[in-house]
Design a protein around this ligand. Sequence first.
Ligand code: ZN
Length: 426
Amino acid sequence: MDTPMQKKHEDAQKEGENLQNTKSLINQIQDLETAFQKDGLIKFTAAAKFQAAAAQGQDNVSGVIPPYMLEELAKRNPNVPGFQETLEKTILEPRFWPFPSKDYKGAREVYDAKGEESQPGEKARFEGDKATGNSEIDNAYDFTGQVRSFYKEVLGRNSIDGKGMKFISTVNYGENYENAFWNGKQMTYGKPSANSPFKTFVLLDVCGHEITHGVTEKESHLKYYGQAGALNESLSDIFGELIQQRANKTQAKDADWVVGDGIWKDGIKGRGLRDMLHPGTAYDDPKIGKDPQPAHMKDYIKTTRDKGGVHLNSGIPNRAFALFASSVGGYAWEEPGKIWYAARAQAGSNPSFAQFAYQTIEQAKKLGFEKDVDKLKKAWDEVGVKPSASETDTSTPVKSEEPRSQNGWTPMYNEQINTKKSKPAA
Ligand SMILES: [Zn+2]
């Protein structure tokens, strides 16, 4: 059954496919820029581009460095040219939506954009090709191989879409492009500039995180707002981390539970982007700010920014998973990973934390892990989440015009402009 929103989404998708050059988008941006300046409302920033993208029915891609972090980095590092630019460009990046694919057996294709903003770029290393000696190209190739083998061997899944979709990656994307993203079709990695606090974006758990967004999209159409969105982010963190733990044969008790370890240059006080076991402690440095993630429901961040705090409140379910995996012991991808994978498929498109927690318990029983249900309940209890089949997300503020779409597609609205003057959520 097609809702008007789904119809709009499909039309936008078609348009997005034809809109690679974003020409009409740029015209709209210019119109908006003029309007904003005339009204003297706000200085023209990413907000106008956000609006223009929204007017096109286009969603922004999901980058590994969230918008609030790029804003913070832009403020703190005026000598790094890339942050504001990356923020604006990530927002303009056309977002593609699930499309039918044939079975390419998850073949890998790595391209080199050579500092241009082109996708996919020049052919660099395809399935079966020898190593190139270029670490970004070879890592992108090897890491997607790890992601592919994780989904295939642990979860019996044939690539991202379950139908053997190719794993396409582009490295060295753009000049001063300080992010990595999944656009529905492929992975794209920028390259940090000389003064950037980032060392690289080509990291195994980053690759696993972004590609898992693709799996989540295909699997459950999980909404990208509020608690459902924070679960979407959390699932990407969890599976990105599990893929890395499996590649390194790390047991839960020995895992660091840090997402994006190795992303910061030496001298930056940070272990990574997020700490799943101890949310809010991943980084604290004048150049990058402080990790804002809450670890417990009592500190839940009520905001409409960051899609209702998707990269912020994900700390809460992340910690529940890490606590549960630590209490079960052994390899976290075996029992805990399978429970979370099954729960995602069964939790619907807009679960609250409570409903998702309920599903993990249901799936643990179904999968024959009855013996650990008490540990699971304890883990959720420790982060202040009470499992419930019916309790919806009442913690996230929702704009009245915020549509509750069934397909996970959340159009953009005025939040960036309205909250510009208020204190950033971070
Ligand atoms: Zn993400």
